[in-house]
Write a protein that binds this ligand. Structure first.
Ligand code: GAR
Length: 248
């Protein structure tokens, strides 16, 4: 049986949907652990109530320790991250250097915590931190199928970023949705695994859009994890772009 880890930052309603799907026998995986980037994430309580081990990689505390002189991990190379993300040249920005170095400090802690559980798949469920190539490559470990999944509250590639439903509603879209995708170096840009859509009518406001969207997320995420657990996801290519092919 596949082992998964789930990372949360907030309330964890998607985590709950995954826990419930496992309990109901609809999803045949072991949730080995739940991690959070802050000690107050509501998802931690949901995990504890379900008897799942938890850990916290406290990003804020680690960023403070960086400000006080803690060094990035010894195997972190700024040049490597710049090159992989196609960012500005290393020497051109102290700000970006600090951003990436303190993030690597947190990501090294995350990798260490996760190493105790030896999971096949990492599931980001409302984890509001960008993962850098430092983490992504070490976690993927050269596997042909990526090993990090994310759920995003919009129909990607429209509306990446932190407020998918807000951006969808604010744009006046008549259809909203959510997307599960593998994580790559870009912002919400990785290969799409599954999507669900819902209509937005004149009676809707931002609150109802969020409610409809979350209800779709709770069905979509367990379904996509199930496809992974059944070995039904393959990487393919269309027009030079990496895509996910779902085996029937
Ligand atoms: C969900 O809507 C999820 O799509 C979104 O955060 C919410 C978490 O809710 N994720 C992102 O915006 C990621 N960039 P939850 O904590 O109740 O599962």
């Amino acid at each position: 049986m596949k082992k998964i880890a789930v990372l949360v930052s907030g309330g964890g309603s998607n985590l709950q949907a995954i826990i419930d799907a496992v309990k109901a026998g609809d999803l045949n995986v072991t949730i080995a652990c739940v991690g959070a980037d802050n000690p107050n994430a509501g998802g931690l309580t949901r995990a504890r109530e379900a008897g799942i081990p938890t850990f916290v990689t406290d990003y804020r505390a680690l960023y403070n320790s960086y400000a006080q002189g803690a060094m990035p991990p010894a195997d972190f190379s700024l040049e490597e991250v710049f090159e992989k993300q196609g960012l500005v040249k290393a020497e051109s920005s102290e700000k970006v250097k600090g951003f990436l170095e303190r993030r690597a400090l947190a990501e090294a802690d995350l990798l260490n915590e996760l190493s105790f559980f030896d999971v096949d798949l990492l599931v980001l469920a409302g984890f509001m931190r960008v993962l850098t190539p430092y983490f992504i490559d070490r976690f993927n470990g050269g596997a042909s199928l990526p090993r990090i999944m994310n759920i995003h509250p919009a129909l990607l590639p429209s509306f990446p970023g932190t407020d998918g439903y807000g951006d969808t509603f604010g744009y006046g879209c008549k259809v909203g949705g959510c997307t599960v995708h593998f994580v790559d170096y870009g912002e919400d840009s990785g290969p799409i695994i599954g999507q669900a859509a819902f209509s937005i009518g004149p009676e809707d406001d931002l609150a109802t859009v969020k409610r409809h969207g979350l209800a779709e997320e709770w069905k979509l995420y367990p379904e996509c994890i199930r496809l992974y657990s059944e070995g039904r996801l393959n990487m393919g290519e269309r027009g030079g772009r990496k895509v996910v092919e779902v085996v029937a």
